[in-house]
Design a binder for this molecule. Structure first.
Ligand SMILES: [Zn+2]
Ligand SMILES: [Zn+2]
Length: 207
């Protein structure tokens, strides 16, 4: 069952494309106000990111301030063409979403990068998973993917911003008992914990 009170994908003003007002403090206060139970702050990170210690300290400060909801310190990192993720290894162990953020065009290259990412032990979640416009996966490929996701204990995110994965993929993942959770992918305050855009996907999983 998907828990609508748990949002596992939220951004902050540590990236360069969210509003400055999206401070960690505002994000967590808002999440508490709307009665979320769990909030994962998952800022976009690269190997070259130099703000990570400040970011983690700021989250830690809020956790120790007595906030009543569960706050998870996390990151979202990009899946690279060689099947690794653009993530600094010293932070392995933190909650990590791996997502496609670049166009691959070649289906086999995409699929093999995805499979290799799924085998990485420090990746917890595959974010906003969906085919590109130039290709789709067959039922058998999706079944095989389900087995891989399960054997490496990965969660498939149901993403409100992109309304992904597509229903056909979800059907096969669900039939094969893949684990899911919700991520708003909020880049604004009022998007946090807001899953209205994916009511159909949530109802399908929870029925
Ligand atoms: Zn993303
Ligand atoms: Zn994101």
């Amino acid at each position: 069952m998907l828990d609508l009170k748990k949002d596992y994908h939220v951004h902050s003003n540590y990236n360069d494309h969210s509003p400055q007002e999206l401070s960690i403090e505002k994000v967590t206060t808002y999440a508490e106000e709307i009665n979320l139970k769990t909030l994962a702050i998952t800022e976009h990170v690269r190997k070259s990111s130099d703000w990570i210690p400040r970011y983690l300290e700021e989250i830690d400060r809020i956790i120790s301030s007595g906030i009543k909801i569960t706050i998870i310190s996390g990151f979202e990192a990009k899946i690279l063409k060689d099947g690794t993720v653009d993530f600094p290894s010293e932070y392995e162990g933190f909650f990590l979403i791996a997502s496609f953020h670049t166009i691959f065009r070649d289906k086999q290259e995409w699929l093999s990068a995805l499979k290799s990412t799924i085998t990485l032990p420090f990746v917890r979640v595959i974010g906003h998973l969906a085919p590109e416009t130039s290709f789709d996966l067959t039922d058998n490929e999706l079944i095989e993917l389900s087995e891989l996701l399960k054997s490496y204990d990965k969660t498939v995110e149901i993403n409100a911003k992109y309304r992904r994965p597509p229903m056909k993929w979800l059907r096969i993942f669900k039939e094969n008992n893949v684990n899911f959770h919700l991520g708003s992918d909020a880049h604004n305050l009022d998007e946090i914990g807001n899953f209205k855009s994916i009511t159909n996907l949530i109802d399908f999983i929870n029925k």
